[in-house]
Design a protein around this ligand. Structure first.
Ligand code: CUA
Length: 363
């Protein structure tokens, strides 16, 4: 290696470094400019998004640096014509260089891990006792169930998640069968639901509204449909919901001695069609997954009810609602439909729904 190759090589290195700096700057600007996440829906979200931004700022120059060295070396040290039978130059280690390229990543990793640990401990910090709601979350193929304890101590379960704006809520997450993952993207936190173990996290929702509850662990055929809703209510509305649900569950749990009449006087006239298209705030709407011409729904997650229920009697329709796995329509997997409609609908609601569907599918 004579002096004449040295000078161009030094220039090439400087040029590569300059290009790398510019590309790093561009990469960081793009990385910070891209809107990676949905809106921030919890107090935890801001800390987590800042952590993400710091990681982007640190990792873009590393990526650009490594890529630059690879491209520079491939160009500078490539085999030139006439060198086919030559050995490469006898290179020995460079202690100074090795210390530098070990120390820089080590320092970066320790600093970033330390920062991440601080963020984690901040967002997991428990509020003063009594200042937190608790919800037991259970995953199963392929639905989530949320269990609440009413102020009178009675427990009740729902198929939709309801939480209070501005108040910390602790989720105790379990699974009945395989591993699922409890995730509300707007809150940024997710955790596996592992059979035999109780996991969990806490969030303080900051925005009212309806957000998706997503299963983020491949758990079987119905995984993609294991989606429900998280409703963030103002404290006043949440209290009212809690009171209503506790009362309704108490009524629904009473023995159904007189059939529909036993489900409480206020549910005397349940609108089966409205129930089909909108659900009851607890049970998911049938129309969210099923096509039914009369109701104007067109979803295809479950069978088309105009086809599979045409001519079926009320008893068969009732069975397919409360025991969906008793008979599976061709082309659909077992267990895709939540098996607990018998619990999330009151007897009066089930009767109204059966009557509506029977009428709508009668040709
Ligand atoms: Cu449960 Cu994916």
């Amino acid at each position: 290696m004579g002096g004449e190759t040295r000078k161009p090589r030094r220039e090439a290195m400087l040029l590569t470094a300059a290009i790398g700096l510019v590309l790093s700057a561009i990469g960081i600007v793009i990385g910070l400019w891209i809107d990676w996440f949905p809106i921030q829906g919890s107090t935890q979200a801001e800390d987590i998004d800042t952590l993400w931004d710091v990681l982007v700022i640190c990792s873009v120059p590393v990526f650009v640096g490594v890529t630059a060295v690879v491209l520079f070396s491939a160009r500078e040290f490539r085999q030139k014509p006439g060198e086919e039978h030559l050995d490469g130059p006898p290179i020995h280690g460079n202690t100074k260089l090795e210390i530098v390229w070990t120390a820089i990543p080590a320092v970066m990793l320790i600093a970033l891990c330390g920062y991440a640990a601080v963020v984690l401990s901040n967002i997991e910090e428990a509020p003063a006792s009594g200042q937190e709601d608790r919800v037991a979350v259970t995953g199963e193929q392929f639905t989530w169930t949320f269990e609440y304890t009413a102020p009178d101590g009675k427990k009740f379960s729902t198929n939709q998640l309801y939480v209070e704006q501005g108040k910390s809520v602790k989720f105790d997450v379990r699974s009945k069968d395989v591993i699922h993952d409890f995730w509300v993207p707007q809150w940024r936190l997710k955790i596996d639901a592992v059979p035999g173990v109780t996991t969990g996290y806490r969030v303080t929702p900051t925005r009212t509204g309806v957000y998706p509850v997503v299963c983020a662990e491949l758990c079987g055929l119905g995984h993609a449909f294991m989606r429900q809703s998280a409703h963030v209510l103002t404290p006043a509305r949440f209290d009212k919901w809690m009171t209503d649900m506790a009362a309704k569950k108490a009524a629904g749990a009473a023995p159904a001695a007189g059939g529909t009449a036993a489900a409480g006087g206020e549910t005397a006239a349940v609108d089966g069609k409205a129930l089909f298209t909108d659900g009851n705030g607890d049970a998911t709407a049938c129309g969210a997954c099923h096509t039914l011409a009369d109701a104007g729904t067109e979803a295809a997650t479950g069978p088309n009810l105009d086809e599979v229920l045409a001519g079926q009697d009320a008893a068969a329709i009732k069975t397919s609602i409360i025991d969906p796995n008793a008979e599976i329509s061709e082309g659909f997997g077992e267990g895709i439909m939540p098996p607990n409609y018998g619990e999330t609908l009151t007897p009066a609601e089930i009767d109204a729904l059966v009557k509506y569907i029977a009428d709508a599918t009668k040709k």
